[in-house]
Design a protein around this ligand. Structure first.
Ligand code: ADP
Ligand code: GLC
Length: 481
């Protein structure tokens, strides 16, 4: 099949979270399964310098954005057979220091930036000499694309592609003042409660949920959760109405990037049969982050955006209590200044037990995954979560709250004593997380049990080769409508 994917982030060109990993890996998996995948993404600052193999296309956009006309350029790259990436160049919108924000303040024109980008996606779908069967859009930034495709159909486009929307996180909907609607140049009836309107505001994700031919989200449990008031972020009613078109597919992992045997970031390769070498990564990580180098002290890690979603509040409170035991903790992340302060204070109080690093560091992320004994993910909600799956492959035992994709990907002892590979807790509280950490300390003292958990985790297989067929089925289902 021919699939045109669109995303505001794409690894390794741009990334703030799992979205970038997921879209890159899915596109690659589609190509490797013999399909033609093309991805559209913005050309952000510094990309041409870092990836000089990106070449200019003979193509120019000149598209209406409300009353104005905006020009843009197109660049491309073909990293492997069956896969082509298009980069939309619009320096005023995308040549900036951040992707969505600077110093934690969102860009005031994110509506214009991503409405313009969505228009470029639709324009490519319409005019490329390569006709996609499906346009697969990801998250709110491109969720107006199904509406824009429908508008073109109304105007007479006979064989418009079908649309698929993947929700990576329902908490981010792209909500803007009602006046922003004019930037879309869509017919006015798209601004109604059955499409883009949410109580007088523009809601990009809502338009996608209402109008896409099929909707997916990134784990089966999250697909169920978002139809409830508790997790529905105000859109649960609409999601319940569209339940027959909503499918949960657990994200896969790109093991070519996330593996322990051929990985330039690791201090020492290791594998399920050469597990002892994992220890070198632990000792080197302790040295790197200036913690006491001691293989016997259990080392806990976290890598995450410092956002409410990630359970930072209960994690800080649980660590406060648990750090009185003989454990170490390393964290990498960036986000809310308040949470950063919380971690800084923790590190100041436990200087020889806690190491914190702020900012974005791909290499350190791999080293933490490899060097830690346990990985903490106490999320309040988690659509899928990739780090727990990376942890499993790295033989690092995840301690997770049983929500969304965390529940779907980790096996607790109570579910299967034989295949247990992690620790789950249910209640959203520091107390429940502390209990989980205590369990992990018990596992740590039992060498055989520890090894079994690690091996079970390393053997779990979340490869995209296994998952990609589900997307192909979903794409095919749209061709019948
Ligand atoms: P989310 O997309 O909600 O942030 P995921 O678990 O799906 O959560 O994906 C997070 C991805 O971003 C992982 O690949 C993780 O390693 C990476 N990541 C998050 N914060 C950082 C950071 N500060 N430095 C490097 N990588 C990070
Ligand atoms: C979102 C979610 C995360 C998911 C990622 C990739 O950022 O927060 O749970 O893993 O998208 O789908």
């Amino acid at each position: 099949m021919k699939i045109l994917l669109a995303s505001s982030e794409l690894f390794p060109f741009s990334k703030t979270g799992g979205l970038a990993d997921m879209v890159a890996a899915l596109a690659r998996a589609l190509a490797q399964a013999g399909h033609e995948a093309r991805v559209v993404t913005p050309l952000y600052r510094g990309m041409l310098k870092k990836f000089p193999q990106i070449k200019r296309e003979d193509w120019e956009f000149n598209l209406p954005l409300g009353p104005h006309w905006i020009r843009g350029g197109l660049w491309s790259l073909e990293p492997e057979r069956g896969l082509k990436i298009y980069f939309v160049e619009q320096p005023e919108f995308f040549d900036r220091a951040g992707i969505y924000h600077e110093q934690n303040v969102s860009y005031a024109d994110n509506d214009a930036r991503y409405i313009f980008f969505s228009k470029c996606v639709v324009h490519l779908a319409r005019w490329l000499p390569w006709h996609a069967d499906v346009v697969h859009v990801h998250d709110w930034q491109v969720a107006l694309v199904p509406a824009m495709l429908q508008q073109l159909e109304r105007e007479g486009w006979g064989n418009a592609p079908r649309s698929c929307l993947t929700i990576h996180n329902l908490a981010y909907q792209g909500v803007f003042p009602g006046e922003s609607f004019q930037l879309t140049n869509l017919a006015s009836d798209f601004f109604n409660p059955n499409a883009a309107e949410y109580f007088g505001l523009v809601n990009c994700l809502k338009a996608g949920i209402a109008l896409a031919d099929v909707i997916t989200t990134v784990s089966p449990r999250y697909a169920r959760e978002i139809t409830t008031e508790e997790y529905g972020c105000g859109l649960d009613g609409l999601l319940r109405r569209r339940m027959d078109k909503l499918v949960g597919v657990l994200n896969g992992v790109d093991y070519a990037e996330w593996n322990t045997t051929k990985n330039p970031h690791l201090f020492q390769p290791y594998s399920v049969t050469r597990l002892a070498e994992k220890k070198i990564n632990k000792l080197e990580l302790q040295r790197l982050v200036a913690l006491p180098v001691d293989e016997h002290i259990p080392l806990y890690g976290t890598i995450s955006r410092l956002a409410e979603q990630k359970g930072v509040d209960i994690q800080l409170a649980a660590l406060e209590e648990m750090l009185n035991s003989n454990i170490q903790f390393v964290q990498l992340g960036s986000g809310s200044p308040e949470f950063e302060r919380g971690y800084r204070e923790l590190a100041a109080r436990f200087p020889d037990k806690v190491a914190v690093r702020f900012g974005y560091d791909e290499s350190l992320a791999h080293r933490i995954e490899a060097g830690c004994d346990f990985f903490l993910m106490p999320s309040r909600f988690e659509p899928c979560g990739l780090n727990q799956m990376y942890s499993l492959r790295y033989g690092t035992i995840p301690i997770v709250r049983a929500t969304g994709g965390l529940d779907d990907s980790v096996v607790d002892f109570t579910e299967s004593a034989k295949t247990a590979n992690g620790i789950k807790f249910f209640e959203y509280s520091a107390r429940a997380l502390s209990k989980g950490i205590r369990k992990s300390m018990a596992i740590y003292t039992n060498a055989n049990l520890l090894k079994t958990y690690r091996q079970n985790g390393m053997k779990a297989d979340f490869s995209w080769a296994k998952t990609v067929g589900k997307f192909v089925e979903i794409y095919k289902s749209t061709q019948l409508s």
